[in-house]
Design a protein around this ligand. Structure first.
Ligand SMILES: Cc1cc2nc3c(=O)[nH]c(=O)nc-3n(C[C@H](O)[C@H](O)[C@H](O)COP(=O)(O)OP(=O)(O)OC[C@H]3O[C@@H](n4cnc5c(N)ncnc54)[C@H](O)[C@@H]3O)c2cc1C
Length: 480
């Protein structure tokens, strides 16, 4: 029987820029999810599911309420290496997933840039990978899922059964029900390696033209932008475009697909544990340090080259340095990701990059991807591109940063762009209404009433975007 005893803990977002205390309950069996709903009804508290807590914002925080830590529901229930169909509990991580299927010649169809996310979190956000332009989001590869609704019903959804809930719960950020099992179609691979072309782009127009024109020739494409470069070099960077190797292209396929040849090393030069690396990065995570590192990285990227790299190394670059986010210091970081149509992206991002440089608030990381629209209700995707920017938060810059990001929202909205509820911390109800559209918000609210008539599922994100409204600098925010 689940209880609230000894469970009041303070949780943070991935960026360590927000914090919220909550009663944390860790179900070990789906029955305990139903019990938690019953407890919430009795106590008048609300519930938020939490996977691995890797959302950059308040998606899995619930100040003063109950947080269901789903990480113990982490069994792979069924794996069929003949068909590539896998059924798992929602707390299974992307790491568990690829490590189970890769030795049999399969790879997850879509992965996030970190392998530490859970399947439940990935479905709720409907994550995209570096192959979004080609295969869509993770939801497009879900064959079926089961879930418990707050009113107590257990349902099974697929594109054919309960289709309205299938397309709304995937992308619904856990606000309609809690996933209990997920069946996903894996994709075949014929080598443990990808072939990667790396090339520089000298400015933003060249960068976006490369993403647009060359994506169709590859399986994956991703760009890095030097967000500290101005003038004629504004938006310069590098493109990494990769393709799967076909049958017979890798003479050592048996060997390259062994797990030991995929796993990321835990030490640098075989000696220093990577877990301490973020301490050495901290002194460089400021305007001058980032400018120096970016300039060096850009110059090093100038010679075009092609190389082969393991799937894990290509997909999970950000996992190379454990806890890298801690290098942003006590105030943490905010990730601001905008999704802008291909026709308007150049003008919108030129303006945003210029403004951030002019204000002395450059982002310290800039990552671009090519996207296509998808059929999910709270979709963030467009036929265009995304740009993710990481901003350091300090006591001194918090207000100015908040103001600048509100200006960015207006630029993105004017450009016909969208936002992603797994990333941005400052999207307001007005902004959400503008990019989602009134029809979508009404459909979502109707489903919410149907699945959760007593409003038991509420996160800080939900409160901020659809509810009474807590903003990113409110009482759940940590003081740097
Ligand atoms: C380094 C890094 C790189 C990233 N790269 C990408 C990327 O390339 N592409 C991308 O799309 N995203 C990316 N993300 C974002 C990340 O994939 C999403 O935020 C994802 O939702 C995190 O999964 P999680 O298990 O940590 O979920 P949490 O952050 O814990 O929760 C996310 C949402 O899922 C809900 N939820 C969790 N479990 C369940 C469940 N069982 N049932 C119902 N709802 C549930 C929560 O309530 C919450 O709304 C990245 C994040 C990081 C930190």
């Amino acid at each position: 029987m689940v209880t609230l005893d000894n469970a009041f803990l303070t949780l943070e977002n991935f960026g360590h820029s927000l914090r919220a205390p909550a009663y944390v309950i860790k179900p070990t069996h789906p029955e305990e999810i139903a019990q938690a709903f019953e407890l919430a009804r009795r106590t008048g508290l609300t519930i938020t599911a939490r996977g691995a807590g890797r959302s950059y914002n308040d998606a899995s925080l619930n100040g003063g309420g109950i947080v269901l830590d789903m990480s113990a529901l982490n069994r792979i229930l069924k794996w069929d290496p003949q068909t590539g169909s896998l059924t798992a509990e929602p707390g299974v991580t992307i790491e568990q997933l690829w490590q189970r299927v890769e030795p049999d010649g399969w790879w997850p169809p879509v992965v996030s840039g970190t392998m530490f996310t859970t399947l439940g979190g990935c479905l709720s956000a409907n994550v995209h990978g570096k192959n979004n332009f080609k295969v869509g989001t993770i939801g497009e590869h879900v064959l079926e899922f089961s879930a418990i609704l707050p009113a107590g019903a257990e349902i099974v959804c697929s594109p054919q059964t309960n289709a309205d809930l299938f397309y709304a719960m995937i992308s619904g950020f856990g606000m309609l029900g809690i996933f209990t099992s997920i069946t996903l179609q894996m994709k075949r691979i014929y080598s443990g390696l990808l072939e990667v072309d790396a090339r520089p782009s000298h400015n933003l127009p060249e960068h976006l033209a490369d993403l647009l024109q060359n994506a169709p020739n590859y399986d994956y494409i991703v760009g890095w932008l030097d967000t500290t470069a101005g003038g004629k070099s504004l938006g310069r960077g590098q493109i990494h475009a990769a393709r799967e190797l076909g049958e017979g292209e890798d003479p050592n396929a048996q060997k390259t697909m062994l797990l030991k040849n995929q796993t990321l090393p835990s030490r640098i030069f075989g000696v220093f544990p990577k877990s301490i690396l973020h301490y050495f990065m901290s002194p460089f995570v400021n305007n001058l340090g980032t400018w120096g590192i970016n300039t060096g990285k850009y110059l090093a990227s100038l010679p075009r080259h092609t190389f082969r790299e393991s799937h894990a190394a290509f997909h999970f670059l950000l996992d190379y340095i454990p806890n890298w986010e801690l290098s942003f210091g006590r105030g943490g970081l905010i990730e601001y990701q905008s999704f802008v149509p291909r026709e308007t992206a150049e003008a919108a991002w030129t303006e945003m990059l210029r403004r951030s440089l002019k204000r002395g608030l450059p982002s310290y990381l800039g990552v671009t991807k090519r996207h296509r629209p998808d059929p999910f209700l709270l979709t963030h995707a467009v036929d265009g591109f995304s740009l993710a920017m990481d901003f350091k938060v300090t006591a001194g810059n918090r207000a100015a940063l908040g103001e600048m990001l509100q200006e960015f929202d207006q630029i993105v909205l004017e450009a016909g762009g969208r936002f992603y509820f797994a990333k941005n911390s400052e999207t307001t109800p007005e902004t959400a209404l503008r990019f989602l559209g009134g029809d979508t918000v009404s459909r979502f609210k109707d489903l919410k009433k149907r699945c959760d008539p007593n409003g038991l599922l509420e996160s800080d994100l939900y409160q901020r975007v659809f509810g009474a409204g807590r903003t990113w600098d409110s009482d759940t925010t940590r003081s740097p």
